[in-house]
Design a protein around this ligand. Sequence first.
Ligand code: LIP
Length: 247
Amino acid sequence: MFLDVAIDAARQAGKLLKDNFGTELVVNETHAHDIKLALDVQAQELIEGIILKAYPDHAIFGEEGIRGNQESPHRWIIDPLDGTVNFSYGLPHFAVSIGMEKMGEMVVGVIYDPMRDELFTAQKGGPAQLNGRDIRVSNRATVGEAILSLGMSKHADSIEAGLNQIRHYAVRARKLRSMGSAALDMAFIACGRLDAYMERSISLWDIAAGKVILECAGGTVELSDNKTGKNLEIIASNGKLDLRFME
Ligand code: LIP
């Protein structure tokens, strides 16, 4: 089953990340607002190996590159390490994110946080689960009682645009957070720990698995679509809040 393969891959990659957490890391690239580790690539290769062994004719679209048959109706969308900057600074808040799309529709999602050993899973039409137990979004229906996570993108112009959200919602929401892993933001909304997440300029691999998990938990995801899977705008929430981007 697709979900079982995704879980196996997420757990194995999660173990690799946890085993390397706090050790000397090989940095492949650094940018003003981003870091790329050799471990990102190693974790994606591990995941690709597991998926392509089970489904050799499927496509892979990952943060660390594309593989497989790109004509396939089945596409696996992978972030082997969502929260790379957290990971490399020793902040134990990051996750493996694996989604699967069938004929353009996201149908399977797995997010694994190896530090807390929390596995979030969903398959379209079924319940969202955390470690095998059903989860639901919160019931908070006003911004005034909500915790909103605002993602800080990687590019100066989208960070600048994001400041408008901070200015607007900081005085309206109960609290703002910016925790550095879009995948865990989505998973945390799905289980009611957070109420919403917004970001300008996010990549599909950061939020693909989270979309399925959150929708199966009763939440909603508004996602722009530019066909490239990059520089997307997202508003993800428990489905009960009136949220928008401020210009
Ligand atoms: C990062 C995130 C973070 C978001 C950044 C970035 P990476 O992913 O998940 O929350 O704000 O835009 O995409 O690069 O660590 O996988």
